[in-house]
Design a protein around this ligand. Structure first.
Ligand code: COA
Length: 703
């Protein structure tokens, strides 16, 4: 990252506004007005070809006429003039351009966008946009945008691909009381993208949490790389997850790889906390920007109302943090700060009689207790207590506990007085929410963040010994044959190169050969048609299983050949695969797609109806470490089946995780060759007995 130019763009000492105007209603007028009103502490240079002065400031005809250096230039001239302006800014040595102008790739004008990037790169100038609202920065007192005002001050920074959404968020930061230091609009991302912003914000001392509104990445892997090493929490809301080009998929995996799943996987792998909607983005940002991560699962809820306690308990369960009973000695201590009929289990119900003192004592004691990893304080407004007094008590208990590495969140349910008290809490660094479940969800974000950070410390290395050339030879042979998919036998050969345990499978071109191979493999065997023109072998009557002797082999050979020809008279038939009949095991499916954003991506799920009907699958962007593969096994709804149900022994999860890991190595190593692939079914045996790939499919990239 070019730190110097990015600094000049995001924290400029001087700004030119190209297209600055005296005409009220023009964006070039609003930007100058905004810079003045926000009391920007650097120099402002309006650029206008006609006027000598703009809004009381001396104006220049071009940036080239400005006698001093210019760090950043906001561009508000029509698209047809931008190329020339970028050239002039480059010549002038401007560090970064905030190009507000629309009319580029978003309307198909890709060439113009490419040209301005090419000019800027020639001069080492960075581009934010085009097609953006601009940048707002509280720490720089800089409203270099056409948004109405700087956001409610705080420590998060928002990067938004949508300008309109950024404007909506700007205004609502005040009503919600959620503070941001900067709002950065990145629009078409012609040059600077999310990853560049994350790299820069990583070093920005005014930002403690990075909030993203994402419509789509150009380079998903660049985003993963930047996020993985980020030192601050990143929270993302991804929109447009419903349609993702899955329709044209040729494999099973391809049809299941929707954007929601693949983006979700990428966020997990890069330690990015996800938000489910805009409200959730705000609420989670509040917690992540103000509180430390939650290092363990022990959330303690302290409340004065049973009902809100139950709502919070439900929310904790829903967020993957089911409440546990507080240990006996903690309960004994807490019992001292509540009436007889209170409960110290968890939620700790101080009852409606709770006043400041009980809240203070129980929070202060619990916070220092080693069992407690985080506290959620709930309060229902009563006539006996003053919410502001309770708020101050919470803060005092925290400060006096001396604990700084455990998080807290508060929910106050009530009226105006509660709203005021919560605003005070937020101003004092304690995230506060009007609903108990929202407060718990904020804590869950802090827990998720910690969990993912711990996961990122695991080694990512997955590469093993394999013979790349051998795999390429098989693929080239298929291509030379004019095919863009491998036969089952070829696909299994490629899988074997990467260490996957496939069923022994050989090609028989004659009945005699079929008999010889069956004897060699050992009965019973499976026989399957091998034809590049018959992908759905069973539908074509091309599969016979459990063939027990020579006579049955001969019979099956003839029947399969007849069926195949009847199914498709012109099908190219390579022969019949003779395959060992693998003993029964739990069926799972592994597969891969070449995601347009993230490249080679792995899928895992249980086979049969689990994948066909329930679509119970999970994804990871390759490479997938064995640790991540194990996590994938636990993510699907059918996970308990692998643990052994109804008296069955647990399945060999370790062998399965290693297979996923090896599979991911294969799709990464052959990223230029493989478009989609499936291993379906893969049979998983009892612990210690491994797995076996029974059927395999590889579809090649078109070259
Ligand atoms: N250098 C500097 N200023 C120049 C110039 C140049 N080479 N050429 C013209 N200008 C001046 C114009 O004279 C005018 O100033 P004036 O009001 O004093 O005459 C000013 O630049 C603006 O030009 P104008 O032609 O009036 O454009 P405009 O204000 O109608 O529209 C944009 C310009 C950029 C706002 C418009 O093209 C646009 O893209 N709008 C959409 C912006 C948007 O929504 N962005 C994304 C949000 S998500």
């Amino acid at each position: 990252m070019d730190l110097k130019q990015m600094n000049r763009l995001f924290k400029p000492q001087s700004i030119a506004v190209v297209g600055a105007s005296n005409q009220v209603g023009k964006i070039g007028h609003t930007v100058v007005k905004n810079l003045l009103e926000s009391q920007y502490d650097g120099k402002i240079y309006p650029i206008n070809p006609k006027d000598a002065e703009v809004q009381g400031l001396k104006a220049y005809k071009s940036v080239l006429e400005v006698p001093e250096d210019i760090d950043s230039a906001v561009i508000t001239v029509p698209a047809s003039l931008v190329e020339q302006v970028v050239e002039e800014c480059g010549k002038k040595g401007v560090g970064g351009l905030i190009i507000i102008t629309s009319g580029f790739s978003e309307v198909g004008n890709r060439d113009l966008e490419n040209r301005i990037v090419e000019i800027a790169r020639r001069y080492g100038t960075r581009i934010q946009g085009p097609n953006i609202v601009g940048t707002m920065s509280n720490s720089n007192k800089m409203n270099a945008s056409f948004g109405p005002f700087l956001p409610f001050p705080g420590k998060a920074t928002l990067i938004s691909q949508s300008g309109a959404l950024l404007l909506a968020i700007d205004a609502s930061t005040y009503t919600r009381g959620i503070g941001f230091d900067k709002l950065i609009s990145i629009g078409n991302m012609s040059d600077i993208d999310f990853a560049d912003c994350i790299d820069w914000l990583n070093e920005d001392e005014d930002t403690t949490c990075i909030t993203l509104y994402i419509e789509g990445f150009k380079d998903g892997r660049k985003f993963i790389e930047s996020s993985r090493v980020a030192k601050k929490p990143i929270i993302a809301l991804k929109s447009g997850v419903s349609a993702h080009g899955a329709a044209a998929a040729a494999s099973h995996t391809g049809s299941l790889a929707g954007a929601a799943k693949v983006y979700g996987a990428a966020f997990q792998q890069s330690g990015v906390v996800q938000a489910s909607d805009l409200d959730n983005l705000f609420n989670r940002t509040l917690a992540l920007s103000l509180q430390p991560p939650m290092k363990g699962d022990n959330l303690l809820i302290i409340t004065n109302g049973g009902g809100v306690g139950v709502l919070a308990t439900d929310a904790a369960e829903h967020s993957g943090m089911p409440l546990r009973f507080a240990p006996p000695e903690l309960q004994t201590e807490l019992k001292k700060h509540m009436p007889e009929f209170g409960s110290a289990k968890n939620p700790v119900d101080l009852t409606g009689m709770a006043g400041l003192e009980w809240y203070y004592d129980s929070i202060r004691y619990s916070f220092t207790h080693p069992w407690v990893d985080g506290i959620c304080v709930l309060y229902c407004e009563t006539a006996m207590t003053d919410p502001m007094e309770i708020a101050r008590g919470v803060k005092q208990a925290l400060d006096e506990s001396g604990v700084k590495d455990k998080p807290i969140a508060v929910s106050m349910v009530g009226g105006e007085r509660c709203t005021k008290a919560m605003r005070w809490l937020v101003d004092n660094g304690i995230p506060s929410y009007g609903a108990p479940d929202t407060a718990v969800n904020g804590m869950a974000a802090l827990r998720e963040y910690y969990r993912m950070q711990a996961m990122l410390k695991e080694p990512l290395e997955t590469r093993r010994e394999f013979d790349h050339e051998a795999a390429i030879k098989i693929i080239e042979h298929a291509r030379a044959d004019g095919r863009d998919s491998l036969t089952e036998i070829e696909a299994k050969q490629v899988f074997s190169v990467y260490g996957l345990n496939v069923t022994a499978t050989h090609l028989a071109t004659t009945e005699e050969e079929a008999v010889q191979l069956s004897t060699k493999i050992g009965y019973p065997v499976v026989m399957k048609i091998v034809s590049p023109d018959i992908l759905h072998k069973s539908d074509a009557g091309g599969v016979k299983v459990n063939i027990k002797d020579e006579a049955a082999v001969r019979d099956a050979f003839r029947t399969i050949m007849t069926n195949a020809k009847a199914y498709r008279a012109d099908a190219r038939i390579h022969g019949i695969a003779i395959q060992e009949m693998a003993p029964w095991g739990t069926e799972v499916i592994l597969g891969s797609v070449n995601d347009p954003t993230f490249g080679p991506t792995m899928m895992f799920g249980l086979g049969g109806i689990f994948v066909e009907v329930l679509k119970d699958v999970t994804f990871r962007v390759a490479p997938v470490s064995c640790g991540q593969a194990e996590r994938m096994l636990g993510e699907i709804r059918g996970a308990p089946i692998l643990m052994g149900v109804r008296g069955e022994k647990p399945r060999d999860r370790q062998a399965l995780a290693e297979t996923i890991c090896a599979y991911s190595t294969m799709i990464l190593d052959l990223a230029d060759e493989i478009s989609e692939s499936d291993a379906n079914p893969v049979l998983v045996y009892e612990e210690g007995k491994g797995v076996k790939v029974v059927d395999a499919r590889i579809i090649l990239k078109k070259k």
